[in-house]
Each structure stands twice: as structure tokens, then as C-alpha cells.
Design a binder for this molecule. Sequence first.
Ligand SMILES: [Zn+2]
Length: 436
Amino acid sequence: MQTKRLIFSGWFLFTSAFLFAQDINKIITEKEVERIERKLASDEMRGRKTFSPEIDSAAAFIAAEFKKIGLQTINNSGSYLQQFSLVKTKTLSTLTFLDGIELSPQNVAVSSNQIPLLIDENSGYETAFIKPGEKLNKEAFRLSQSGKNMIVFVDSSYAAEFSNLSFGKRAALRKNNSVVFLLTNQVPKKFSIDVKLENTEQHLSNVLGILPGKNKYATGDLQSDDIVVFSAHYDHIGVGKPVNGDSIYNGANDDASGTTAVMMLAKYFKELNNNDRTLVFVAFTAEEIGGYGSQYFSKQVNADGVVAMFNIEMIGTESKWGNNSAYITGYDKTDMGEILNQDLRFSGFTFYPDPYPDQQLFFRSDNATLALLGVPAHTISTSKMDSEPNYHKQSDSIETLNLKNMTEIIKAIAISSKSIVAGESTPSRVKTADLR
Ligand SMILES: [Zn+2]
């Protein structure tokens, strides 16, 4: 009796696994992968640079596909675009006096978006001095990030480096503080600084589609609990100097491949139509210029309710282990990688821990923003980061991709997420104290 029963249940399991495999091969096809990838990586998209008209075309394309698939719009707003803006600040002129003597404008660097900016020794700004022999950029970045209004006197021994000062402008702007760097021999008793700035507001959009879950907590709202995120960034770095007659950075692998995966997974889960948890499919903007898309998203979503984030980056080439394998960044930070491999155990796919730990990849993509809020948020990639020949080059075009393997990796991600999507397993949270 016992034995027969075992045989029967074994046969039953085999049948259902077989049907499952059939379905996935019909839905996630190389032909469809190629159609989407070819569009996103085409020359007409001109490298999908943030703030370009072409990235808006890419967003419109992704939104149209989400609509075709039948995803729900953001909080039922009727739009798949999650729009926000960034302020870009340009310094037009500076007039600075130190103890009554005018300082040349080239010895002044400003990080601020306050208009007008008029400062003297009574304005309540803290002062600091960067002494000879320190690391200028590192110190400047640290002070910019302090969140305080500051005047930073920089010793004139840094004259050569001062013109290239990259003082974490964005870091300061995010915190709305003003930091002025002045190259000088000595700290003055009196000073006055008059800066003319121009602020321009620039608009950008993430593209989001939602598939509400079947469980009672799943409202299909970004503030709900029990959300699983599938994401990739759809921006790239645009157009540069021509190399061999090609000036367009198509970003076919980085990250049109991940964006294609997100769209294919949306199609797949919509056709299955049995997800217990709410699935949110996101194409992030502005990853390449500082991760602004995921930062904005992280403030619109209930991060405590996001049970897992599958961020997908560069899956268009074979991994260092060959076909049918990928790696997960920050593998040891949660047990999500183990859950994924458990779901993959009969599939022939393997997801390894990130083999390039020195490169800090866990912190270099859009997963990091959510991970810092405790979300089990990892990036899945196949990119050989020590030797990928076309990374951030004009040659990152569709001809260099292995679309067959990429299609298989997308299937692997779908299979690996099965028990999480079904609400049967829940990864452990990232311990945020360990990340700082
Ligand atoms: Zn990327």
C-alpha cells in the first residue's frame, strides 16, 4: 500500500511539473524576448539617456506593453508612469570677498539650490578647513553629505585639483543644504559670498505595472502588504564620441536585457493569473546617474510590505559558469538565494552567490535602496564583471547578446520565484545595521 501510494504521487508530481514546463515555454519565447530587446536597444532610442526625449519614447513603449499585457495602473490612477522631478542647479556667477579682497570665481565652487545665495560671517554657516595632505575629494564629499550649511576653506596647495572638485553635489542637494568651497591660503575673519544660481526642474518617470494578488491582504495598492517587486533600469548613458563610426551606447545588455525580463515576467504571471501576492513590475529611470528612480519608488511603496525584490541587471551574456546559470548579489544577506535555488532544484538552473564581491555589486544597482530599508532585495545578473567586453561601451548592442540563453535565464527567474509569488515562502529581511 505504502509503496503504491508513493509511486502514484510521484507520477502525479511528474505530470504537473511537465505541464508547468510546457506553459512557460509557450509564454516566455525567444521571439518575444528578441522583439522587446530589439526595440529598447535600437538606435532610435539613442541610448535612453535620462532627461532625453528618447527615454520618454522608451517609457511609452514599456507602458504600452504593460497595457497590452493587462497590468493594473499605479493605484488605479490610469497611468503606468510614476512621474517625479529633479532640480538641476547651474552656477551662473560668483562674487566673493575674503577680508575685503576679491577671490577669483575659479577659486569658488558651490553646491546649493537656494536662490538667491548671499552669505557672510553672520549667516550662521559652519566653517571647515581642508588642510594640506588630506584627500580633497573624499573630505569634500564627507562635508557635502553632512546636511549642514557650510563654508569650506580649501588650502591653496590643492589648486590643481580644485577645478575638478567633485564634491558630492547630489548628496548636498538631496539634503537641501548649501556648501561653498573657497580655495585660499588662510581662513579670513570676514567674508561675503554672492552666488547667482539657475535652477531648472527636470521631469522623469519610472514605469510601473501591477498584478494584484489573490490573498486578502493584496489590495493591488503600493501601500499594501505582501508585495513582490520585479525590477530593472531602463535608462542608459546615451550618445558619446564615435568609436568605429558608432556613437550610440545602446545598452542592450545594460539594462535593456533586465527590462525585457521584467516585461516577459509580467506577461508570464498575468497569463498564469494565480499569484497569491501582489506583483509590482518596475522599470526604473536614472539608475546610471545615481539611482534616483529607485529612490523615488522606495518612498512611494510600503517598504515593510515588500517581501522580496528581484532586480535584474545584464542577463544578456553567459555567466562565468556558462549557460543556464546566473548569480545573486548579496547572497548571504538574506535566505532569498536559498529559497530561489530550492525552487530551481529540478530545473537545471543554478543561481550562485556573486563571484565578484570586491566590486560591491550589491550596492551598485537599484536593489540597494530597498535593501537599506530592510527589504530582501537582490540583483540577479550573468555579467562577467571582471571581463565583460562591452560594458558601458558603444558596442553593447543586440548582436553581442545570447538571446537564447537570456530567454532561459528569464524562465529561471520565473521558476525561482514560484514559492515566493505563491506566498509559500518569505525570505528573511536584510539586517540594515550590518550594511552601514
Ligand atoms: Zn545597469
